[in-house]
Design a protein around this ligand. Structure first.
Ligand code: HEM
Length: 121
């Protein structure tokens, strides 16, 4: 289950990266149906498997601070990713959004691997 979760996380990041590259290139690929649908399917499965694992391990985000931080960072990654691809109105804002999303996802990965909180003690 953890391996599936990690594979989906890698796919989610790779697809976000690819869509950002297409955005920068002004590519028609972004309009393709599979490009619009697949990331939602992957992200939903990633989230669902994460929740199932958390329930199985009895991981409460209030008790395990690294997990609480990880959830906040995942939401921030989702929002900055959405901002980059949909809301940002010019190239500068798109690049800033992309860098923000990368920072959040790096925090998510770091928290997932180290299981040590960084901001909440
Ligand atoms: C961008 C999103 C995410 C990424 C990059 C990510 C990454 C990872 C990685 C790399 C691991 C394996 C860590 C290890 O070596 O033990 C992991 C485990 C886990 N993730 Fe995620 N994850 C994401 C989203 C989520 C979400 C949304 C949840 C729950 C709501 C979640 C819950 C978990 C749980 C419960 C584990 C197992 C922890 C353990 O073994 O103690 N993840 N995640």
């Amino acid at each position: 289950m953890k391996h599936l979760h990690m594979t989906l996380a890698a796919l989610s990041i790779a697809l976000f990266f690819l869509r950002f590259v297409w955005l920068m290139l002004g590519s028609e690929q972004l309009q393709k149906k599979w490009v619009k649908i697949t990331p939602h399917v992957i992200d939903t499965a990633l989230l669902a498997i994460g929740i199932v694992m958390a329930v199985k391990l009895a991981l409460s985000p209030f008790e395990y601070m690294w997990f609480g931080e990880k959830i906040i960072a995942v939401f921030a990654y989702i929002f900055t990713g959405y901002y980059t691809l949909k809301l940002a109105r010019n190239r500068t804002m798109q690049i800033i959004g992309f860098l923000g999303a990368m920072g959040w996802v790096m925090l998510v990965a770091r928290l997932a691997i180290s299981k040590q909180p960084i901001f909440f003690i």
